[in-house]
Design a binder for this molecule. Structure first.
Ligand code: DGY
Length: 381
């Protein structure tokens, strides 16, 4: 552990918490300072290895905030436990980088940061949908290269998604927010696939359809697809919002890509391995009128060979949650998880997490994914 790469906040704190990357804002530091933590923050931008994180935890470490790029498995939770640690939070809502069972075995609560990424991530999925459908990446490269000589009736014709069908795979918070942005903003019919029915979303769209009818406009529809294939065949654009686990790895593969409309748009802001990226490259090569918008990649930060050269793919570097408000909110929740556990607070069990961003946050740990498995007490008013 090179001390030059670490900065210390509240040096006199009696509890030691390590944070493996600099986080935005100041409020998260206030949470940890109030819990009497000395906070040691890694200022390097490269991904820390398991050994580097172990070295940073050392002999005494009460808690840690880690990143989605790090592999928090048995080795790290054993080391945290051995250092006297009792709290961990991921600085992310997704936690496929964590072996939660291993953490539970070592008695360590694992936090995540839901509820502050919803609109921000959905908005990026919308941005990628239209960037891909309207070919903005290609057109910008053309313009910047000095190729724009004259307006032409056929220059960069794209897809009009207005009143067409949007497909959403995974209708949790972010998927539902994306669905509403597309349905309300572009009057699209929705088809969604999820193992759980999203009644609230269905009711909302039914009410919106009634509203449109009351204004003399054609209503929109909402269908829960029985199979992913049904959705892929019907949708003009498809956005993926599932978690990554053994059931969703390569959920979109060559046979399923072949089910999609030739001029469809496929968007992914969830986790890269949900798409077989090599199969997507082959599909995009064969079908120039098919478009994809990707925020996440199968082997980040690497891209599958050929992906970056494809004009019909829009790519951004895993920034779907990158707004100041969201990233500061994530920091507050991650710090709140660690501080809350260290303070012996109960666990928040409501879906509305925003009270933690207010002036008098609840005395609770905002989101602990293995709370039940560990039998942690639940917050009561
Ligand atoms: C998350 O929090 O899981 C996101 O991928 C970060 O953008």
């Amino acid at each position: 552990m090179d001390p030059a790469n670490w900065k210390i906040h509240n040096a006199s704190g009696s509890r030691r918490v390590i944070v493996t990357k600099q986080l935005p804002g100041e409020r998260w530091l206030e949470f940890l300072t109030r819990a009497d933590c000395r906070v040691e923050i890694c200022t390097a931008t490269d991904v820390l290895t398991v050994d580097e994180i172990k070295a940073a935890m050392g002999q005494h470490c009460d808690g840690a905030i880690g990143q989605l790029t790090e592999n928090w498995g048995d080795a790290l939770f054993a080391a945290l436990k051995a250092a006297g640690g009792t709290a961990y939070s991921n600085y992310a809502v997704g936690y496929n980088n964590i072996d939660v069972d291993a953490a539970t075995r070592h008695g360590i609560p694992v936090g995540n940061t839901p509820g502050v990424l919803t609109a921000t991530t959905a908005q990026m999925a919308v941005a990628l949908t239209f960037a891909a459908a309207r070919r903005t990446g290609e057109a910008e490269r053309f313009l910047r290269a000095g190729n724009y000589n004259s307006w032409l009736p056929t220059l960069f014709l794209g897809e009009l998604l207005w009143r067409k069908t949007v497909g959403v795979i995974g209708a949790g918070r972010i998927g539902a927010a994306y669905a509403r942005m597309m349905v309300e903003g572009h009057k699209m019919n929705l088809i969604y696939y999820d193992v759980h029915r999203n009644e609230a979303l269905e009711d909302y769209i039914a009410a919106y359809a009634q509203f449109l009818k009351s204004r003399g406009e054609a209503p929109v529809t909402c269908t829960r697809a029985e199979t992913i294939e049904d959705l892929l065949q019907q949708a003009d654009c498809v956005s993926i919002h599932t978690v990554l686990d053994d059931t969703t790895r390569h959920l979109i593969n060559a046979p399923r890509l072949a089910q999609m409309k030739e001029n469809a748009v496929l968007v992914n802001t969830s986790r890269g391995p949900v798409i077989d990226e090599a199969a997507l490259v082959a599909h995009c090569r064969r079908n120039p009128s098919f478009h994809a918008g990707l925020d996440v990649f199968e082997n980040e930060p690497q891209l599958a060979p050929g992906l970056a050269e494809l004009d019909n793919v829009v790519i951004v570097p895993h920034i779907a949650s990158a707004t100041g408000w969201t990233r500061q909110g994530m920091a507050t929740l991650a710090a709140g998880n660690v501080a809350g556990i260290l303070m012996g607070y109960p666990v928040w069990n409501r879906s509305d997490i925003l009270p933690f961003l207010e002036d008098a946050p609840p005395q609770a740990a905002p989101s602990i994914v293995n709370a039940q498995a560990l039998g942690l007490p639940v917050f009561k008013d």
